[in-house]
Design a protein around this ligand. Structure first.
Ligand SMILES: [Zn+2]
Length: 396
């Protein structure tokens, strides 16, 4: 006797464990660990879904399950609109070796009627889905992560050697707002490493030249130029609107201002520096910043160097050369850190200093620890206001 649709539905319902919507909601409220799997079509998903759900349309389930649901022993609750497609999906997952699968009964339509929480997907345009498709294919980014990047605001201090590659990749990645702080104009001697600028833009303010590059690369990105030098007077105003600060400046007064503002205002600081053939990167995440971005706090710059060195001992970096391409490595590591912080994925360089020796082609890592007596982030801070140290080293 041929099998009818209702026979098939009755069969998978018998073979799979059903969970009522009220019970599902109760478990979600209790913070129970589970993966919600939405097996509806993309068009249905776009009209809203249960918060936190993973989307795999039914037709792609066998193909994408192992990639998007790598843990076969994880607790998975599948749902669709009314409960039939999800029952078939749950049965398929069981056949594929998933051991802890349930199917919601009925489904999203009733869920919505009951005014249970619904999340709307990030509204990416067709053009954006196309432009960022290689990001969207990564489960760690996806449409939600890409939308997060588009809503993000990063401040780049310096549109120079480190700022250039960082800016280029952050703009390409679709970080929606990029503030650029730089008071200088493009000089011919910059072009060997500051690759965001061009020969035809020599003499132009760097913020303007950088904005030109970004507008040609990615119309999704808004550049906010700050053509001013960082000082105690403007640091809080400059930082206020941004979530992450990528520090590509290379002078001590700025480094301390950036650090202190990062600690007091709770902004992660991605720090990079270069010297001749060597580079280093770390990320400073203060206790305040850690709370905001949901990662572990680490040391600050003053935990390592409580005060700037006396002027006569500071390296005269004005005269030091630098291998141009070194900037590309260090600046792109900085941009990577910023993107991970914005996405809330991966492990940052908080508490670790990554060093790079381009001559030996060696990366090394040093542990950085919080100083219990740090004058800024310690329990008994001795520095509580911004200090404009005397400038003695300016090259980037
Ligand atoms: Zn500290």
């Amino acid at each position: 006797m041929p099998t009818t649709y209702s026979d098939l539905v009755a069969d998978v319902r018998k073979r799979t464990k059903q969970v009522s919507l009220a019970e599902l909601k109760r478990r979600m409220d209790a913070g129970e660990k589970m993966t919600l799997l939405d097996v509806r079509e993309k068009e249905e998903w776009r009209a809203g879904y249960i918060p936190g759900a993973v989307s795999i349309p039914r037709a792609y389930l066998e193909m994408q399950a192992e990639q998007k649901l790598p843990d076969k022993s994880a607790h998975i609750v599948a749902y669709c609109a009314a409960g039939n497609r999800s029952a078939f999906a749950a049965a398929t997952l069981q056949d594929m070796g998933y051991t802890h699968v349930e199917t919601a009964n009925p489904g999203f339509v009733r869920w919505k009627d009951m005014s249970y929480p619904v999340e709307l997907p990030a509204a990416l345009t067709e053009a954006q889905r196309d432009r960022y498709s290689r990001h969207i294919l990564l489960p760690e980014v996806g449409e939600a992560g890409q939308a997060r990047l588009l809503r993000s605001k990063v401040l780049l201090l310096g549109a120079g050697g480190l700022g250039s590659p960082a800016l280029m990749y952050l703009a390409a990645a679709g970080v929606g707002t990029l503030g650029i702080g730089d008071a200088d104009r493009v000089d011919a001697s910059n072009l060997q490493r500051q690759i965001v600028h061009t020969t035809s833009r020599v003499g132009m303010p760097k913020v303007e030249s950088a904005a030109k590059f970004v507008s040609e690369l990615n119309p999704d990105v808004k550049v906010v130029p700050h053509q001013e030098r960082l000082s105690a007077a403007n640091v809080e105003r400059l930082f206020a609107d941004y979530e992450v600060v990528v520090d590509g400046t290379d002078n001590f007064p700025t480094r301390y201002l950036v650090n202190d503002a990062g600690v007091w205002m709770g902004k992660p600081i991605v720090h990079g520096s270069i010297f001749r053939f060597d580079g280093q990167v770390t990320t400073f995440i203060s206790a305040n910043a850690a709370k905001k971005v949901g990662v572990e706090a680490g040391p600050c710059y003053r935990c390592l160097y409580p005060e700037p060195p006396p002027a006569h001992l500071a390296p005269s970096c004005q005269e030091a050369g630098v291998l141009g391409i070194l900037c590309g490595i260090v600046g792109t590591v900085q941009a990577t850190e910023a993107i991970k912080i914005l996405l809330g994925k991966g492990t940052t360089l908080s508490g670790r200093l990554l060093t790079y020796d381009s001559m030996k082609m060696k990366f090394r890592e040093l542990k950085l620890r919080r100083a219990p007596d740090c004058p800024v982030c310690g329990p008994k801070p001795t520095i509580t206001t911004y200090i404009d140290y005397e400038e003695f080293c300016t090259v980037s």
